[in-house]
Design a binder for this molecule. Sequence first.
Ligand SMILES: NC(=O)C1=CN([C@@H]2O[C@H](COP(=O)(O)OP(=O)(O)OC[C@H]3O[C@@H](n4cnc5c(N)ncnc54)[C@H](O)[C@@H]3O)[C@@H](O)[C@H]2O)C=CC1
Ligand SMILES: O=C(O)[C@H]1O[C@H](OP(=O)(O)OP(=O)(O)OC[C@H]2O[C@@H](n3ccc(=O)[nH]c3=O)[C@H](O)[C@@H]2O)[C@H](O)[C@@H](O)[C@@H]1O
Length: 444
Amino acid sequence: MTLNISVIGTGYLGATHAACMAELGFDVIGVDVDPEKIDSLSRGELPFHEPGLPELIRKHVDSGKLRFITDPDYSTVGAWADVHFVAVGTPQQPGGTGADLTYVDAATVGLAEGITKDSLIVGKSTVPVGTARRLAGLVEEKSRDAVNVSLSWNPEFLREGFAVKDTLTPDRLVVGTDSDADEAVLREVYAEALERETPWISTDFETAELVKVAANAFLATKISFINAFSEVTEAVGGNITTLADAIGFDTRIGRKFLNAGVGFGGGCLPKDIRALQTRVSELGLDHTMTFLDEMDKINLRRRERVVTLSENILDELAGKRIAVLGVTFKPLSDDVRDSPGLDVANRLYTAGAEVSVYDPEGNANAAKRFPRLEYVESLADAAKDADLVVLTTEWNEFKELTPAGLDGLVAQKRFVDARNVLPAADWEKAGWTFAQLGRFYDGL
Ligand SMILES: NC(=O)C1=CN([C@@H]2O[C@H](COP(=O)(O)OP(=O)(O)OC[C@H]3O[C@@H](n4cnc5c(N)ncnc54)[C@H](O)[C@@H]3O)[C@@H](O)[C@H]2O)C=CC1
Ligand SMILES: O=C(O)[C@H]1O[C@H](OP(=O)(O)OP(=O)(O)OC[C@H]2O[C@@H](n3ccc(=O)[nH]c3=O)[C@H](O)[C@@H]2O)[C@H](O)[C@@H](O)[C@@H]1O
């Protein structure tokens, strides 16, 4: 008998997980507290941008394998599913640096109370170490005597923009559990990946939770490491991209995540390194992860550098017209959570510039966050009459930009490539004042 699966929380992670579980052949119900999201998903429409996911959602909604409901007391999925994945948000605490566990606690306890058949709750959200063991206790306490409900933790490593591929063909699967029977259920869920010999790491709760935050902390550290060297090459000369290429050839280091630029953002890396540091401090290990504080500071300094570089190029920001290209935290996503590009756009505006923003997918979300910026529908509209063009997210459309493409549009030939993706020499040859991060400029 095949397993019925519920996924609680249908945001970037949960909607992807639900659709991919249906693709693997399971019957799936996605649950969210947001009725608009559920309406849209029930029509087979994805309320956010993720390549390949709309097709998967539509296919399985049409076939009836995938349904979406609001289920306030979890009684519908509680009577139906054998496995419940919890994929709700764990954002940064409002006014704090730790993870806000309100949603993950509410969903897990709600499920435990609503479940009326033997089943397994599987946490997928990213949580501070200690959460799974605490929640396992709560599940035992809150679930009904007549049913057997247990909890495991199965952190997720997908990247936005590649979410479907990463879910269906993960690099590894990590399961934190204290029960062989629960591990066996998860092996059944992931049987297809296991047939391809995907590494399977079955471990305790604490290791599983820590693997997830360690992976994100390592990635953030790699980016900030190269960006710290960017500050050095900005001061003394040198080429940061050549430096990254050269150390990246060492297979122990690797070239991935060494792209210097305006730094990391998004709904995960920034809040996860802050939550990790907060958690280890709570555990009395105050000094263990202080380097993450530095990584965070290096990262945020890059945003400031783009603003001062722009100001130095323009002499002053007030009254200048600036085109900002890209306000999602990375290409192939419409996600503007903690986006470096959007932050830069807002800082330029706050300093008095007239800012015109264009992003292929992010305008609508950015406008919700910063309605006072001007959002336009094309690169050309943004660049029209600009005194400066600033590239902050490396969408393909921007990577293909040539000086000729902006001819006759801009007021001044001035460009800041804050992702270091364009060939500087071509722009300089065409008469542009062209700046990138990690380069030495006399007086800038
Ligand atoms: N976005 C990503 O690429 C990845 C996210 N993660 C982790 O996954 C978790 C979710 O992240 P996102 O999907 O990005 O967040 P999100 O904010 O896009 O989605 C969370 C969803 O949970 C819903 N929700 C909140 N409380 C609920 C409840 N009690 N019952 C049902 N639904 C509820 C919200 O309405 C929202 O739709 C976080 O812990 C994040 O760190 C992990 C790997 C990748
Ligand atoms: O926990 C999560 O949610 C996810 O966080 C990241 O995935 P994601 O946030 O989708 O994006 P990344 O591709 O990691 O990029 C994060 C940020 O780093 C920046 N970055 C990345 C690479 C690089 O070399 N330089 C750089 O500045 C990107 O522009 C982006 O702003 C991790 O890569 C995933 O493995 C993890 O599951």
